[in-house]
Design a protein around this ligand. Structure first.
Ligand code: PEP
Length: 252
């Protein structure tokens, strides 16, 4: 069956690159387009306006943020509100990345509040989920991911989740060079879709894009992206190099 969902490839730069490097990277990727996918750049907050200027008149490219606050405005030193991101032409926001969960102690309940704030301000959330190595080795990966989804999506109606993107990112594959085998990834993506269907019976599950993340490179992108339930990729390390990132985009 051919996929009806348009692919999305998102670049998560994390806390990398100086401004001129960022400018060159985006310009090079944009100039090599168009691609058979939507392409989102998630630079550090400071670079968002500049990256926005470079991609501005090119369709198919989107600005994303790596995080947002669950609060609206006020005395929250160091935080960035969803309303501010929307106001600066950001269209997507990565939420619940495993680094935020493990380094900054973000809980599913907290991520749920961020999701609500993001949706309320017209941002498309890219909700990350995934198990660690110990959980995978003890065969608890489905249980762990199912629980993350249930808690992160709690109380949000299907109507509000129309544009939701989910990224399945096994923690043991992030930045490690280890990649889930296509059949392992496909199995989890199908599981995630079935969970969504269980939470919200109807068209939501079949329309939701589920990205794979974890050491995606030009060499392994095609075999992952051709799986039925894999609708794109969230790319960390390989998104910092124009040749590697365009190699992944060309794999589509
Ligand atoms: C990520 O951090 O979301 C990620 C997938 O990183 P990498 O591609 O480097 O594994």
């Amino acid at each position: 069956m051919s996929k009806q969902r348009f692919p999305l490839i998102a670049a998560n730069w994390k806390m990398n690159l100086l401004r001129t490097e960022a400018e060159q990277l985006v310009a090079s990727i944009v100039n090599n387009g168009p691609y058979n996918a939507e392409v989102a750049f998630a630079p550090p907050f400071l670079y968002i306006p500049r990256v926005g200027e470079i991609i501005e008149s090119n369709s198919g490219f989107f600005l994303a943020a790596q995080n947002c606050s669950n609060h609206n405005f006020g005395a929250y030193t160091g935080e960035v509100a969803a309303a501010m991101l929307s106001d600066c032409k950001v269209s997507m926001v990565i939420l619940g990345h495993s680094e935020r969960r493990s380094i900054f102690n973000e809980s599913d309940e907290w991520i749920n509040k961020k999701l609500i704030a993001a949706i309320d301000h017209e941002l498309i959330p890219i909700l990350c989920c995934g198990e660690d190595l110990e959980q995978r080795n003890s065969n608890r990966h489905r249980e762990v991911v199912g629980q993350q989804l249930e808690r992160c999506l709690s109380g949000i109606s299907a109507d509000k989740l129309q544009k939701l993107v989910i990224a399945y990112e096994p923690v043991w594959a992030i930045g490690t060079g280890l990649t889930a085998r296509p059949e392992q990834a496909q199995e989890m993506h199908a599981f995630i879709r079935s969970k969504l269907e269980r939470f919200h019976p109807g068209p939501l599950a079949s329309g939701t894009r589920i990205l794979y993340g974890g050491s995606v490179k030009p060499q392994n992108a095609a075999e992952l992206l051709e799986c039925n339930d894999i609708d794109g990729a969230l790319v960390g390390g390989a998104s910092l190099n124009a040749d590697d990132f365009t190699g992944i985009l060309r794999a589509l």
